[in-house]
Structure formats: structure tokens, C-alpha cells
Design a binder for this molecule. Structure first.
Ligand SMILES: Nc1ncnc2c1ncn2[C@@H]1O[C@H](COP(=O)(O)OS(=O)(=O)O)[C@@H](OP(=O)(O)O)[C@H]1O
Length: 309
């Protein structure tokens, strides 16, 4: 019985162009590829576990001019259609978008080479958030432990190998980040880092002003979206999108997702929200090996990740 359930979990992923995706997404592939993005659309792009939910809440707060009640209109998964999402008989991400008035704010975890061509053809805006690979791996490991429709990650040691080889949903972290980084100057891309959003601003006496201060990064998003918000609204967005607030908010913490899909008693969706949790998981040997693999895979890429704050 346990074997059957486990086999069921493993079968949830299938390949498209060498990238593992959820089987239902692969079944729906032609609909996804034929998706017709419009020129004014904004696409939130991330590798899984890089701060998607966080940036979605920020973008929505900006769109709603800081009106918290409006952001409570629906759970975060329903506010921005997830273009590659499919779980029949529920409407797919593409179907959901097509029932909403455009311009759309959408989200995806797809690597550049799998994105529906209309996004490039229409020169849409892309908001990419990258998170350092080690914290991503840790977050993804705990997510696969609690997510009952993704493969069981096995032991941490086993998962370390799986993640490095890119045999996880949406493929290799290295290729994903490289792909989006390389096209960023040819398209309208705002490339942000999770770690910059977490950075603590210091007061005159070097005392932290607050636990996290994404205001400067939020301002970049406001500008990128062609909006202008006054200081009070920006401060409100900073407060309302803090990890602590979002962990308590049923519209962002996934508490409405049934336990047979996300079992939050195993690990909460809003788990730690920190930079550097990898140090609690990586052994010295794993860390050295990872750094070497990182050097090889990211050679020639001028991207710098902050690994601790
Ligand atoms: N507001 C805020 N501040 C800081 N960190 C936050 C915030 N919201 C979500 N998170 C953390 O982001 C991780 C989940 O990433 P995603 O939202 O991309 O997950 S998913 O791919 O959509 O499943 C996951 O990271 P870990 O805690 O390290 O697992 C979340 O806790």
C-alpha cells in the first residue's frame, strides 16, 4: 500500500525538453504553449521556493495601492494565474487567465526555453526573483516532504544529489537562474534577489531598524510597474508583506489547502523565511562539493548571491 502511494507520488513528474514538470502540466502542454499573452502583461517568474508568494503579495499590494481588504479578496494562488498549472477537472492556469480581464499579472516557474512564445513576441514585463541555491534547496526539500503530490524527497543526503542533478520539478536551479539572467538585458526584466528583500536596514547606531526591509526593492517594483505610491503606502506594504504577517494571513499561508495535498504538520509552507538556513543542513563536505559544482555550472556568469546576512 505504502509502495503504491509512493509510486503514485513519483509518477507525478514527467519531462518536457529534459525538464521535469507535473504530469498534468505535460498533458496540457499545447494549451500552455499556445497561451496568448498581451503586451501589457506582467509575468512573475521564479524558480520554486525563491519567494514567489512574497513577491506576489507585494505586487498585489502595489496594484491595490496598499488596500489590505482588496488583497484579502482571494487566496494568493487564485489572484495571479499560474500559467502552467493544471489539475483537471479544475480550470487550468490558462483557462483562469482567459476568464479574467487583461492586462494580466501572471506567474510561472518555467525556465526561459519553455515559456510560451507569445510572452517574448509581445515584449511583456518579467519580474524575476532569484534566491541563493543552497537556501532554495533546503526550502524545496522541506516543501517536498510536506507536499503530497510531489515526489517524496527521501533523506537529505539523497535530496542533495537529486537537486544538484536538476531532477526536481521545473529542472535545474543553475539552468533556470542562468537562463533568466542571460536574457535580462534583451527584454523588460526586473531581476531581484530574495536576499536583498531580506536585508536589514541599519539605524545611525548600526542597530537594525526592523527585522527585514524590502522597501528599496519594493520601490523598484513600483517603478517597474509604472506606478507611483507615497511613502505611507510603501511603509504599509513593507509591514503587511513581512514574513510574520504573511505566516498568519490565511490568504497567503496556504492553510486553506487540504492536508492531503499540503501537510503543514510535516513542515509549514511559511517555514522560516530566512537567509542562511542552509548552514543548518549542509555538512562541511556537502558544502565544499556544492561550491565546486556551483563554480563549474555558473562559470562566466556575472551573478553574485549573498549566502548569509
Ligand atoms: N514575506 C516573506 N518573507 C520572507 N520569506 C518568505 C515570505 N513569504 C514566503 N517566504 C518564504 O519563501 C519560501 C517559499 O517560496 P515560494 O513562495 O517561491 O514557494 S512556491 O515555489 O510558490 O511553492 C519559503 O521559504 P523557507 O521558509 O526557507 O522554506 C517561505 O517561508
Amino acid at each position: 500500500m505504502a509502495l503504491t502511494a509512493e509510486l503514485g507520488r513519483q509518477l507525478q513528474l514527467r519531462e518536457v525538453g529534459g525538464i521535469l514538470l507535473q504530469a498534468a502540466t505535460v498533458d496540457n502542454w499545447s494549451e500552455i504553449q499556445n497561451f496568448e499573452a498581451k503586451p501589457d502583461d506582467l509575468l512573475i517568474c521564479t524558480y520554486p521556493k525563491s519567494g514567489t508568494t512574497w513577491i506576489q503579495e507585494i505586487v498585489d499590494m502595489i496594484e491595490q495601492n496598499g488596500d489590505v481588504a482588496k488583497c484579502q479578496r482571494a487566496i494568493i494562488q487564485h489572484r495571479h494565474p499560474f500559467i502552467e498549472w493544471a489539475r483537471p477537472p479544475q480550470p487550468s492556469g490558462v483557462e483562469k487567465a482567459n476568464t479574467m480581464p487583461s492586462p494580466w499579472t501572471l506567474r510561472t516557474h518555467l525556465p526561459t526555453q519553455l515559456l510560451p512564445p507569445s510572452f517574448w513576441e509581445n515584449n511583456c514585463k518579467f519580474l524575476y526573483v532569484a534566491r541563493n541555491a543552497k537556501d532554495c534547496m533546503v526550502s524545496y526539500y522541506h516543501f517536498q516532504r510536506m507536499n503530497q503530490v510531489l515526489p517524496d524527497p527521501g533523506t537529505w543526503e539523497a535530496y542533495f544529489e537529486t537537486f544538484i542533478s536538476g531532477k526536481v520539478g521545473w529542472g535545474s536551479w543553475f539552468d533556470h537562474v542562468k537562463g533568466w539572467w542571460e536574457i535580462k538585458d534583451r527584454y523588460q526584466v526586473l531581476f531581484l534577489f530574495y536576499e536583498d528583500m531580506k536585508r536589514v536596514s541599519k539605524g545611525p547606531s548600526e542597530e537594525p531598524l526592523q527585522t527585514q526591509d524590502p522597501k528599496c526593492e519594493i520601490q523598484k517594483v513600483v517603478q517597474f510597474m509604472g506606478k507611483s505610491l507615497d511613502e505611507t503606502v510603501l511603509d504599509k506594504i513593507v509591514q503587511e508583506t513581512s514574513f510574520e504577517k504573511m505566516k498568519e494571513n490565511p490568504m497567503t499561508n496556504r492553510s486553506t489547502v487540504p492536508k492531503f495535498i499540503l501537510d503543514q504538520s510535516i513542515s509549514p509552507f511559511m517555514r522560516k523565511g530566512t537567509v542562511g538556513d542552509w548552514k543548518n543542513h549542509f555538512t562541511v563536505t556537502q558544502n565544499e562539493r556544492f561550491d565546486e559544482i556551483y563554480r563549474q555550472k555558473m562559470e562566466g556568469i556575472s551573478i553574485n548571491f549573498c549566502m548569509e546576512l
